[in-house]
Ligand binder design. Structure first.
Ligand code: NAD
Ligand code: IPM
Ligand code: MN
Length: 365
């Protein structure tokens, strides 16, 4: 069985490490399950800018489209922060998401019981948390027109963006969220700001309407400011959340701290057809670059989501997930999760521990 997995992780900062940890594990798990993964490297973000002047070269989009799935670490870095909006690494990522039409971004925040003490919140608040954030990924204020800079009638410079959603865009993400909630605890919370924004009023109306097709799922609505507070106050009150692009971006970083570290959160971005994108929620962490400090677990868990959701290979995903829980069981922690009584390891050493755990649990016969 052969699958083509495209890998666009080669560029900015430590993604080379994150990438190689995840790829080594995929290869090892593939060997055990008789899956021959084929990897193609392609440039995106800062490395693509440096090599070609463009954050998403046409060639990269073509390679991604021709692949079964896209595994991606993170883009961005100080070096490119002063470029104009169209030329920044972030644009490469946004154009890749838009180019593949991956409108449904699943961001699970699951607190592994080994790590309940690593959270900045009390164990009893976070232990057992299992939230699925369904974030709309190719619309909203990130893509709305008009946008830009201009000079107003007083001669002052202004920047502006448009937060816009159409009925079909809300409908399709609502269906994804209801269907996921159905497989979970059947509770869906739709998050918006309909006390102020027209776009959110429409969001609430459409989600409510679609909800009639899912009478077995309990639907609730919450304003985003309250949701940000409730995620910290009582995270276990949430099961599945559906929300727009920018609110989902912010809430998922907040939810990451329930799990102990942003370095733990994976994501899957899917469309109704074509390859999905699988990437950690975190960015390129330039503040710790080059020190072998990055936590590779979000990357490895993203590779697991790729196997589960993108390639329909849950058995390969399980090898990766089991390796993560085994490494944590044995007390290994990268610096972001380290506490007394655990063993501090760097990114590469964590990779070695994971590989050993994977191979020991499932010896190649
Ligand atoms: P960030 O997620 O890179 O970092 C935020 C904080 O979390 C930093 O202190 C960082 O050290 C820490 N952190 C993140 N990942 C970690 C990991 N795996 N292990 C240990 N610690 C980790 O966010 P930022 O600093 O706001 O952004 C940095 C750059 O990354 C920017 O250029 C931004 O645009 C980009 N970014 C890219 C993505 C993506 O590619 N999906 C996501 C977010 C940010
Ligand atoms: C994320 C990131 C991206 C986003 C940026 C880098 C464009 O923050 O994946 O969460 O805002 O979607
Ligand atoms: Mn983000």
């Amino acid at each position: 069985q052969k699958r083509f997995v495209n890998d666009t992780i080669r560029n900015d900062f430590h993604r080379r490490f994150l990438n190689s940890v995840a790829v080594d594990l995929l290869k090892a798990a593939g060997d055990i399950e008789g899956v021959d993964f084929q990897f193609t490297d392609a440039l995106v973000g800062g490395a693509a800018i440096d090599a070609t002047g463009c954050p998403l070269p046409d060639e990269t989009l073509e390679v991604c489209k021709a692949s079964d799935a896209v595994l991606l670490a993170a883009i961005g870095g100080y070096k490119w922060d002063t470029l104009p909006p169209e030329q920044r690494p972030e644009k490469g990522l946004l154009n890749l998401r838009a180019g593949l039409g991956t409108f449904a971004n699943l961001r699970p925040a699951v607190v592994l019981s080994h790590l309940a003490d690593a959270s900045s919140l009390k164990r009893e608040i976070v232990d057992g948390v299992d939230i699925m954030i369904v974030r709309e990924l190719v619309g909203g204020i990130y893509f709305g027109q008009p946008r830009g800079f201009k000079t107003n009638e007083k001669g002052q410079k202004v920047g502006y963006n448009t937060m816009i959603y159409s009925e079909p865009e809300i409908e399709r993400i609502a269906h994804v969220a209801f269907q996921l909630a159905r497989k979970r605890q059947k509770r869906l919370c739709s998050v918006e700001k309909s006390n102020v924004l027209e776009v959110s009023m429409l969001w609430r109306e459409v989600v409510t309407e679609i909800g009639k097709q899912y009478p077995d799922v309990e639907l609730s609505h919450m304003y985003v400011d309250n949701a940000a507070m409730q995620i910290i106050r009582n995270p276990k009150s949430f099961d599945t959340i559906v929300t727009g692009n920018i609110f989902g971006d912010i809430l998922s970083d907040a939810a990451s701290m329930l799990t102990g570290s942003l370095g733990m959160l994976p994501s899957a971005s899917t469309s109704n057809d074509g390859p999905g994108i699988f990437e950690p929620v975190h960015g390129s962490a330039p503040d710790i670059a080059g020190q072998d400090l990055a936590n590779p677990l979000a990357m490895v868990l993203s590779a697991a989501m790729m196997c589960r959701y993108g390639l329909s290979m849950p058995q390969v995903a399980e090898h990766l997930e089991n390796a993560v829980s085994s490494a944590l069981d044995q007390g290994y922690r990268t610096a972001d999760l380290y506490s007394d009584g655990t063993t501090k390891v760097g990114c590469r050493e964590m990779g070695d521990v994971l590989l050993k755990a994977l191979q020991q649990k499932s010896p190649v016969l």
